[in-house]
Design a protein around this ligand. Structure first.
Ligand code: GTR
Length: 409
């Protein structure tokens, strides 16, 4: 134990602005070779791909191969759900690779009265049945992290946890405004533990392989991939106009990477996504790469570990992840008490990504904008810092819905 703790001990988290190291963020509009980018065409041809490939190989990790088979089946439907407000569908998706298979369920509510609804798609942390008290939502069988407050015990969800996370999903508000909501339990894609023997990764192994290769995907990239597989169904549902991908915290990191990898997402929301999400790594404020790679060694590609406590060596920073989503609508959100996720680093990141949006004549966070509590800046690239803690609240959803009305409908 002495040896392990010596190897994994991390410098204490810094919360002092005066101790943020002097750093310069890489300019999204200068190539690794030093060439200046002046328009969107040059960005697409010369810069976007090299940034994308860096994030793909050195940060989240590559998807190793194509699938062998994809199928879906609507296993349950009710056209009079939630007191007549919604149509509910539960869709079982099956994917196959190397004769191994994985299944996950999408819970979808579509508003009655809007035959062509925009939909928010986001993962939940403990099962589809936790986001609503609707008694007909199927309880996940997948491994679940224990949580006494949420009544998840013995790594299994039961009836006891139905509706325990309703507070994070403003489903009524969405439906009232004509939006649908689709959610998947992230543990059905890849259980969130440092174990690569199960989940999505294991389908792709060659004979004798037990974990992804050095530049291949960690769990965040696997979750992002799962969002795309949910999209494969959603884009073919004729009652859906477009899909805005959403995620909170670790699932916000996954949503941002999904937005960067899959152009079909019409909008992207990263709620309190923090380190490895929207927050700049080079500030080393709150959670750092060293911290995250130690606490969650399975989240990123193995190749990302070389940047643990060496953030200054990175030729990119997270504002360039945001820039990969341009010119599509993107909302970055923080909470003022969520210092672990570095709200200032998230704000600056949105500000530094803005010049790429401007190449497409889209607005974001300008250099004169200031970060103020509960003063959302709603442009194509939007930002707010809510009062309160690391969470998803009605305040957040009120902003996302109002923003989507203008930018992502
Ligand atoms: C924390 C982790 C964060 C964030 C958070 C969450 O433990 O350090 O990066 O992902 O979990 O997902 O709630």
């Amino acid at each position: 134990t002495l040896i392990t703790s010596a190897l994994t001990a991390q410098p204490e988290a810094n919360y002092d602005e005066t101790k943020v190291p002097k750093f310069s963020v890489p300019d999204p509009l200068v190539t690794f070779g030093g060439e200046a980018i002046t328009d969107s065409q040059q960005w697409e041809e010369k810069r976007k791909l090299e940034i994308y490939q860096f994030f793909e190989k050195q940060i989240y990790g590559k998807v190793p191969a194509l699938l062998d088979e994809y199928s879906f089946k609507v296993i349950e439907q009710d056209n009079n759900a939630l007191g007549g407000k919604a149509q509910r569908k539960q869709i079982a998706v099956g994917i196959k690779k190397n004769n191994r298979s994985l299944n996950f369920n999408i819970l979808l509510y579509l508003p009655i009265g809007n035959e062509n609804a925009p939909v928010f798609l986001g993962y939940n942390f403990h099962g589809n049945h936790t986001v609503t008290d609707d008694p007909n939502v199927i309880i996940t069988e997948a491994w679940n992290e224990n949580n006494e407050d949420l009544k998840i015990r013995n790594n299994k969800a039961t009836e006891a946890s139905r509706g325990v996370r309703m507070n994070r999903w403003a489903i009524d508000k969405m439906l009232d405004k004509g939006y649908g909501i689709a959610t998947v339990y992230y543990g059905e894609i890849d259980p969130d533990k440092n174990d690569f023997s199960d989940g999505l990764h294991s389908l792709f192994y060659e004979e004798g392989q037990t974990k992804p290769k050095t530049n291949e995907w960690g769990s965040i990239a696997a979750w992002a991939y799962g969002l795309s597989r949910a999209m494969d169904y959603l884009e073919n549902d004729t009652n859906i106009s477009n899909v805005i991908v959403f995620g909170h915290s670790r699932l916000g990191k996954a949503a941002l990477w999904a937005g960067a990898t899959d152009l079909r997402f019409a909008g992207v929301i990263g709620n309190d996504s923090g380190c490895g999400g929207a927050a700049l790594s080079k500030r080393k404020f709150g959670e750092t790469i060293g911290q995250i790679n130690t606490s969650f060694p399975h989240w990123f590609s193995e190749s990302f570990k070389k940047y643990s406590n060496k953030e200054e060596m990175l030729p990119v920073d997270q504002h360039e992840l945001l820039a990969l989503i341009a010119p599509r609508p993107l909302y970055v959100a923080s909470a003022v008490e969520d210092e672990w996720a570095d709200p200032k680093g998230e704000f600056l990141s949105a500000q530094y990504a803005t010049k790429v949006y401007e190449l497409y004549d889209k607005k974001g966070i300008s250099s004169t904008d200031v970060q103020e509590v509960n003063h959302p800046i709603k442009q194509t690239l939007a930002y707010h810092m809510r009062s309160g803690k690391h969470d998803v609240t009605d305040y957040d959803w009120d902003q996302y819905i109002a923003w989507a009305e203008t930018f992502a409908k």
